[in-house]
Design a binder for this molecule. Structure first.
Ligand code: RIB
Ligand code: CA
Length: 311
């Protein structure tokens, strides 16, 4: 059973990933660490506390992380997730507060104390993860694996024509993480854009579920009614972060290929682009297992079955 540290920027799909983690007996959620991304870290931290309170899991420690990317000017995705990151919905005030540790220090402490046990699952910009491995390089040999939601290898980006949001929001952090020498599974837009939860399925979950699936419907209304129509989409929700979380405990949902992946740091139009050296004679040694295909139907079925009965 993997012990997971979820590094997150809630974010509607982050919230759905957290619910899957809490609904899955295979997962022991050791901690939640927060980072600026979709919305600023003050808000992502409040959202993590709120979501854990909503799900009845105030036992799980939350550590606040980095407020700014390492170098580039900050970007956000409030237009996608709502001004508060949770679709503008105001859930009951959390009953818990963050631990005193900074996220970077909590990650280091937990990984160093449990060699081979901790899986890091970053589903936001990689700022915390990069600083953790810079501050304590030994975590690269002690972590079980790092399962990252990020990148766009052979598909378009979502924040620019070339770059995916998590990588583009802190490309320098992504570069550090990609080259730290630890085992990485990269769950990129190549597969997450195939993992779609339809509005009818969200309605079904809310009608036959629980207070958590009702909260999902409330949050996702912003996506379906505000952001989606602006982008020609009124009923399809890309399950970026939930698929990444699922890959941490059920990797056979995805077809993986060892690939060398690097990230563009100097392009004006291409900053944050992830470049995969698929089947090239000049490719350096692979540094990730790249997600190249997904059994999307089985994943969505798993997701719905789990969250419907778990809360
Ligand atoms: O590109 C998708 C990623 O960016 C997801 O993690 C989403 O939450 C946003 O952070
Ligand atoms: Ca996210």
């Amino acid at each position: 059973m993997p012990r997971i540290i979820l590094d997150t920027d809630p974010g509607i799909d982050d919230a759905l990933a957290l619910f899957l983690a809490l609904a899955s007996p295979e997962v022991q959620l050791a901690a939640v660490t927060t980072v600026s991304g979709n919305v600023p870290v003050e808000q992502t931290t409040l959202n993590a506390l709120t979501l854990l309170t909503l799900a009845g899991r105030s036992d799980i420690p939350v550590a606040r992380g980095c407020a700014l990317p390492l170098l580039r000017t900050p970007i956000d995705a409030a237009h996608v997730h709502g001004s508060n990151g949770l679709g503008g919905i105001h859930f009951p005030t959390p009953t818990i507060t963050p631990v005193a540790h900074h996220a970077v220090d909590l990650i280091i402490e937990m990984v160093m104390q449990a060699p081979g046990e901790i899986t890091l699952v970053p589903i936001g910009p990689l700022t915390n993860i990069a600083l953790a491995v810079r501050k304590e390089p030994r975590i690269a040999e002690r972590v079980r694996e790092v399962v990252i939601m990020g990148g766009a290898l052979r598909v378009p980006g979502n924040v620019t024509p070339m770059a995916e949001f998590n990588i583009a929001a802190d490309p320098h952090a992504a570069h550090i993480v990609l080259h730290a020498g630890w085992p990485i599974r990269l769950v990129s837009l190549d597969t997450t854009t195939c993992a779609i939860l339809h509005r009818s399925q969200v309605e079904e979950l809310a009608a036959h579920g629980n207070h958590v699936t009702t909260a999902m419907r409330q949050m996702m209304a912003h996506y379906f009614d505000v952001f989606g129509p602006q982008h020609g989409n009124q009923d399809r929700f890309h399950m970026h972060d939930p698929l990444c979380l699922a890959a941490a405990f059920q990797p056979d949902l995805i077809t993986w290929e060892p690939v060398y992946v690097d990230v563009e740091l100097t392009g004006t139009l291409t900053l944050g682009t992830t470049v995969g050296y698929f089947k090239r004679a000049d490719a350096p040694a692979p540094n990730v297992l790249a997600s190249v295909a997904v059994d999307a139907e089985r994943f969505i079925r798993l997701y719905m079955e789990r969250v419907r009965v778990a809360f």
